[in-house]
Design a protein around this ligand. Structure first.
Ligand code: IMP
Ligand code: MG
Length: 183
């Protein structure tokens, strides 16, 4: 695939998983559902950085409501002798979501640890409602029980890149989603 146009980076081996048109159609469907579901409600869209960026930019333009837009950050790391995975969040305390309807927007849900940590933190701030939106879901990888109301695609366990999603901070700018393959 000629997407990186032979520039000075050695591309990761990947295959096309979802092209721009498929993604656009799924995002438009989600936008329409959300527009219907939140009519006359005060809606705050909260993106999870950085993987959500392209998805959220497209999604909010398909939501025909006067929304507010906020962002939080989350990163996972391994801690201590047990190497237990921890999720560090940022920006959650600065949100003003009490009594408002909130949609938490992710690019991809894998183990579910990131989204469930954020859901717990946001629940404490007494939103009127709180639901998850993800472009991609990997149900085969979940390690925690999740109720995902809005999802674009269910995919397998392979690592994916593009449309905001990275591999060691690169490939977020690919306009489609690729599946990393062993070559
Ligand atoms: P979690 O396992 O659901 O908590 O996801 C951990 C983090 O890894 C999240 O920020 C996801 O966006 C990211 N992540 C999970 N799977 C992929 C993938 O296939 N590609 C890129 N990022 C991923
Ligand atoms: Mg990442």
């Amino acid at each position: 695939m000629d997407v990186l146009e032979g520039k000075n980076i050695s591309p990761l081996p990947f295959e096309l998983l979802l092209d721009r048109e498929e993604i656009s159609r799924a995002v438009l469907d989600l936008g329409k559902r959300i527009t219907d579901d939140y009519d006359q409600k005060e809606l705050v869209i909260v993106g999870v950085l950085k993987g959500c960026i392209i998805f959220i930019a497209d999604l909010i333009r398909d939501i025909k409501l006067p929304i507010e837009l906020e962002f939080v950050s989350a990163s996972s790391y391994r801690e201590g002798a047990t190497q237990q995975e921890k999720v560090e969040t940022g920006g959650t305390k600065e949100l003003n979501i009490s009594g408002k309807h909130v949609l938490l927007v992710e690019g991809v849900v894998d183990t579910g640890k990131t989204i469930s940590t954020l859901m717990k933190e946001l629940t404490k701030q007494n939103p009127a409602s709180l639901e998850i939106v993800t472009l991609l879901d990997k149900p085969g990888s979940h390690r925690t029980k999740l109720n995902i109301k809005y999802k674009g695609f269910t995919i397998g366990n392979n690592f994916v890149i593009g449309y905001g999603l990275d591999n060691t901070q690169k490939y977020r700018n690919l306009p489609f989603i690729g599946k990393v393959v062993d070559k």
